[in-house]
Design a protein around this ligand. Structure first.
Ligand code: NAP
Length: 454
C-alpha cells in the first residue's frame, strides 16, 4: 500500500509514496549496516561538525518544512515552525554535549586502570508517530546517532513528506547514506525488521497497542527496546495556585498540537476551594479558542489529523455524555470540510465511560474536583499511565508534595510539561520504559562496557 499524505484541513490528497518491497527493504538494511561499520569509527569531532551543519540547514528552512508539516497533519503553522526550530536547537545541543555524555569514564578499583566505555551497538530501528513529524524522530535519532549507531525509521504513513525531508536533510548535511534512513514499510514488515540480525535495537513512540506488539517482537528476539507510549497527564490546581498564570496555560496545555500530544494535560484536578473560580475562567478561555485554518496566525486549534481520529474522539465524548457527563463547552464535531473538533470541557465524567478511562487524543479536557492536594495526587496516580504531570501552586510545600507523590516520569511546576534536551523524557507504567534525551537518551542504545586492568 502506498503512503498517502492528505491535508486534514482541506481533505485534499497531497502526495503518494510507494512502500518498499521486501527486496528493497533488505537492500536498505544492508546500506544501514554498512553505514554503521564506518560511522562507529567516525570521530566525535566529525559527528559534531555534521550535526551542526544539519542544524544550520534546518534553521534556514524553518518556514518551508513548517508548511510541509502543517499540510500533512494539521498543526498550526506557528507550532510547526516552533517544532522545526526546536529540532535545530536540539541538534546544536547534542553537537556541543554528546562528547561529554559519552566519554570513557574511569572508576577506581583494585586494578591499575578500570572504568567503562559507551560503545555503539549497531542499526537501531525506530517506529514513529505523526503528531510531531520532525521532533519525534530527532528526539530519538540524534542522541542515538551521536553515540555511533545508525537509525532506520518507519514513520507514520500520513507524514511521508516529513520523513523524506529528514532523511534528505542529513544527506545534504554530509552524513553518509544509511546513518539516518527512512523506510516506507508496512506494519506487517515490522516483525521481520526487528528479527533481522543487522538490527540491534528498537524504539517506538506511539500507542500502547503498538507498544505491546513491538515489545513482544523485541522480547522474542532478545533485543533492547525503548517505548514512549500514551498518557493521560494530570494538571493539578493546588490551593495556592495563581490563576492569572495558570488558566491561560491550562488552555494551551490541552489544545497544543490540536490536542494531539502524549504529554498534553488531559485530566484537570482542582482542589474544591479553587474549583468554581478555575472552572469559570477555564471554560470561558477554552470556548474562546479560535478553530480554523492552521495556516492562519489567528488560529489556536487546527483540524485533527484524520477523519478516523476525529470520529474516535467524537465517539469517546458522545458515549460519555450519554452516560451522564456534561460538556460545559464544545462536545460535538464541527461539520464541513476538514476534521475539526472544538475545544471541549467535560465535568461529571463517569469513571467507566470512555472519557473517564481512555486517552483523549484531541482538545477535550476532563475536570474533576477533589478535596485537597493529597486527593489530587491519589486521583492523578489512579490511571494505567504515568507519562508526565504538572502542579500549579505558589506554595513550595505543595510543589514538593506533587514532585514526590506523582507516579510519572516527568513533573513540572507552574509550567507545561515539555521535552527538552537537558532532561530525560519518558514514562512509567503503561506509558512505556526507557528514556530519550539528556545523558540517559544518549546512552540508551550503547553497550556500557566495563574494563579492568590488573
Ligand atoms: P500508533 O497507532 O501506535 O502509531 C505509531 C506508529 O506505530 C506508526 O508508525 C504506526 O504505523 C506504528 N504501528 C502501529 N501499530 C503497530 C504494530 N502493531 N506494530 C508495529 N508498528 C505499529 O499511534 P498513533 O495513534 O499514531 O499516535 C498516538 C499515540 O502515540 C497516543 O497514544 C500518544 O499518546 C502516543 N504518543 C506517545 C509519545 C511519547 O513520547 N510518549 C509521543 C507521541 C505520541 P501505522 O500507522 O502504519 O499503523
Amino acid at each position: 500500500m502506498p503512503f498517502v499524505a492528505t491535508n486534514p484541513a482541506t481533505e485534499a490528497v497531497l502526495a503518494e509514496y510507494p512502500s518498499l518491497s521486501n527486496a528493497e527493504l533488505d537492500a536498505a538494511l544492508q546500506r544501514s549496516h554498512e553505514a554503521y561499520l564506518a560511522w562507529r569509527a567516525t570521530p566525535m569531532s566529525k559527528r559534531e561538525e555534521l550535526l551542526n551543519r544539519a542544524a544550520e540547514l534546518l534553521e534556514s528552512e524553518v518556514p518551508v518544512v513548517g508548511e510541509l508539516m502543517t499540510s500533512e497533519m494539521g498543526k498550526t503553522f506557528a507550532a510547526a515552525k516552533g517544532e522545526a526550530a526546536k529540532c535545530a536547537m536540539t541538534m546544536r545541543y547534542y553537537a556541543e554535549h554528546a562528547g561529554r555524555m559519552l566519554v570513557e569514564e574511569s572508576v577506581a578499583t583494585s586494578g591499575s586502570r578500570s572504568g567503562l566505555r559507551y560503545d555503539p551497538i549497531g542499526v537501531i530501528f525506530a517506529v514513529m508517530p505523526w503528531n510531531f513529524p520532525l521532533w519525534q524522530v530527532v528526539r530519538m535519532a540524534v542522541p542515538t546517532i551521536m553515540a555511533g549507531n545508525v537509525v532506520a525509521f518507519k514513520h507514520a504513513p500520513n507524514v511521508p513528506g516529513s520523513a523524506r525531508y529528514l532523511e534528505d536533510l542529513f544527506l545534504r548535511a554530509g552524513f553518509p547514506a544509511g546513518v539516518l534512513a527512512s523506510l516506507f514499510v508496512e506494519v506487517d514488515q515490522v516483525a521481520g525488521i526487528i528479527a533481522d540480525d543487522r538490527v540491534k535495537g528498537v524504539s517506538l513512540t506511539g500507542s500502547e497497542r503498538a507498544g505491546r506488539s513491538i515489545a513482544a517482537e523485541a522480547g522474542k528476539n532478545l533485543k533492547k527496546c525503548v517505548l514512549e507510549l500514551g498518557g493521560s497527564d494530570p494538571f493539578i490546581i493546588g490551593a495556592s495556585a495563581n490563576l492569572d498564570h495558570t488558566v491561560p496555560l491550562a488552555v494551551t496545555a490541552r489544545v497544543q498540537n490540536n490536542g494531539q500530544a502524549c504529554i498534553a494535560s488531559k485530566r484537570y484536578l482542582v482542589v474544591r476551594e479553587r474549583a468554581d473560580e478555575f472552572l469559570e475562567r477555564f471554560v470561558a478561555e477554552m470556548a474562546a479558542v479560535k478553530v480554523g485554518d492552521p495556516m492562519d496566525p489567528a488560529t489556536g486549534l487546527g483540524p485533527l489529523v484524520s477523519r478516523a481520529q476525529r470520529d474516535l474522539l467524537a465517539a469517546q465524548v458522545s458515549t460519555s455524555l450519554a452516560q451522564g457527563a456534561i460538556a460545559l463547552t464544545g462536545g460535538a464535531p464541527i461539520e464541513g470540510t476538514g476534521f475539526y473538533y472544538p475545544a471541549t470541557v467535560l465535568v461529571d465524567v463517569p469513571r467507566d465511560s470512555r472519557a473517564g478511562c481512555e486517552e483523549l487524543f484531541g482538545p477535550v479536557a476532563v475536570v474533576r474536583v477533589v478535596d485537597d492536594l493529597e486527593a489530587a495526587i491519589d486521583e492523578a496516580n489512579n490511571t494505567p499511565w504515568g507519562l508526565g504531570g504538572s502542579i500549579w501552586a505558589e506554595d513550595q510545600a505543595e510543589i514538593d508534595a506533587a514532585i514526590k507523590g506523582l507516579d510519572v516520569g516527568m513533573v513540572f511546576a507552574n509550567a507545561i510539561v515539555v521535552s527538552m534536551p537537558e532532561l530525560p523524557f519518558g514514562g512509567t507504567k503503561n506509558s512505556g520504559f526507557g528514556r530519550e534525551l539528556s545523558t540517559y537518551g544518549a546512552r540508551e542504545f550503547t553497550n556500557a562496557k566495563s574494563f579492568f586492568v590488573a
